[in-house]
Design a binder for this molecule. Structure first.
Ligand SMILES: Cc1cc2nc3c(=O)[nH]c(=O)nc-3n(C[C@H](O)[C@H](O)[C@H](O)COP(=O)(O)OP(=O)(O)OC[C@H]3O[C@@H](n4cnc5c(N)ncnc54)[C@H](O)[C@@H]3O)c2cc1C
Length: 345
């Protein structure tokens, strides 16, 4: 027990950031590390409980069998059987089964990830008093010039504004690092392809176990899935597409998966703990808005609205003071207070 105690505490300490990240992974993530059979037995005081049980079992069997080696072997066998039987067949019956039904509103039309932003930008109306919309620039650097921020582009152009918001998705790190943002934003790429609708769901459908989503879009159905951690600009890996095809084949036996078109891979901007990065950097004129991972379409507009309000009014939105602001606080505290030492140049 004295060995199991420190070992269990060390494992719990080491794995706590991973457990927090997995638990913070989103509402569709059905994996909870502390209740997972393997993780439950390896965290906190549970290993000490197992060690105590093995000790008492060994003593009891020793009293009954009265021979050292057979008693040790029997203790080992019983303890191993308990480790298998309890998590697999007994523990699941200790908690009531939870069932949740989530109705999908009939007026909630799905949008295409690839075309959604383009459609929004196409219809964006910028009032003349706010300036004009600039598109097609690849920003290589942001400069804080004291009274404002300047975006420098690869073609030599520059755009000046009162404030800059870095919202460059999985590419956020390069532009944000000079402003003290240390939280990495990693590209977790998803894949999708389109199929004719025959044999496919007629409503948006999420197959949670296989992590495959079918979304009717126009006259096609988009099939999406996968989380691949790699550089955002790499070409799609055909093996990842095949993995989705293999997973979908058992779910959708009457669909013709060979007729796929529009094979696409796109980066989800992921932070280590799953929380978005929204707020000021070391410079009060340069802000970040990103790291929404799997939820950027749903959460991005709200983050943008709250951030815009806080930039204009100078008051932090109360929504940033809850759990979702942990990453913001992390950014700010590691970068220095927002008003400290603005990055000039
Ligand atoms: C398969 C798949 C399914 C998804 N499903 C959902 C879903 O159902 N619901 C949901 O809410 N979210 C979903 N997401 C996640 C969502 O797409 C992302 O969270 C969201 O796109 C992130 O938005 P963003 O603006 O931060 O980054 P992005 O959408 O990646 O936009 C960043 C933009 O910045 C540009 N950029 C980068 N660097 C520069 C630079 N230096 N200069 C100029 N421009 C630059 C990029 O070209 C890009 O256009 C899904 C993602 C994938 C891949």
């Amino acid at each position: 027990m004295s060995a199991a105690g420190p070992a269990a505490l060390a494992v719990s300490w080491w794995s706590s950031p991973i457990d927090r990240a997995v638990n913070g992974g989103g509402a569709t993530d059905t994996y909870f590390p502390r209740l997972d059979p393997a993780a439950f037995a390896a965290r906190g005081v549970v290993p000490m409980g197992h060690a105590a049980f093995a000790f008492v079992l060994g003593v009891a069997l020793g009293l009954v069998i009265r021979r050292t080696l057979p008693a040790m072997a029997t203790t080992f066998a019983v303890q191993a059987a308990v480790q298998i039987v309890v998590p697999l067949w007994i523990r699941p019956h200790l908690a009531a089964t939870a069932r949740t039904t989530v109705p999908i509103k009939p007026d909630g039309a799905p949008i295409s990830i690839q075309d959604g932003a383009k459609q929004i930008v196409t219809h964006l109306e910028v009032p003349p008093v706010l300036g004009h919309l600039v598109t097609g620039l690849e920003v290589t650097r942001i400069r804080d010039v004291g009274a404002g921020a300047v975006a420098l582009a690869s073609d030599g152009a520059s755009v000046r504004a009162d404030a800059a918001v870095l919202a460059s998705g999985a590419w956020l790190g390069g532009l944000a690092a000079p402003f003290g943002v240390r939280t990495p934003v990693q590209s977790g790429r998803g894949y999708s392809f389109s199929l004719p609708p025959d044999g496919l769901p007629t409503r948006p459908t999420y197959f949670a176990e296989q992590r495959v989503v079918c979304t009717p879009l126009g006259d096609r159905v988009r099939v999406a899935g996968m989380m691949e951690f790699t550089a955002p600009d790499r070409p799609p890996d055909p093996r990842r597409v095949q993995a989705i095809v293999n997973a979908a084949r058992t779910l959708l036996p009457s669909a013709d998966l060979t007729r796929r078109t529009d094979v696409w891979a796109g980066p989800r901007p992921c932070t280590p703990d799953g929380l978005p990065l929204v707020g000021p950097t070391r410079s009060p004129r340069v802000h970040v808005c990103g790291g929404h991972g799997m939820w950027g379409i749903a959460l991005g507009p709200l983050s943008g609205k709250l951030l815009a309000e806080s930039i204009v009014t100078g008051r932090r939105a109360p929504e940033f003071d809850g759990a979702a602001s942990a990453a913001v606080r992390d950014t700010v505290s590691r970068a220095g207070r927002p008003c400290d030492a603005p990055e000039l140049g």
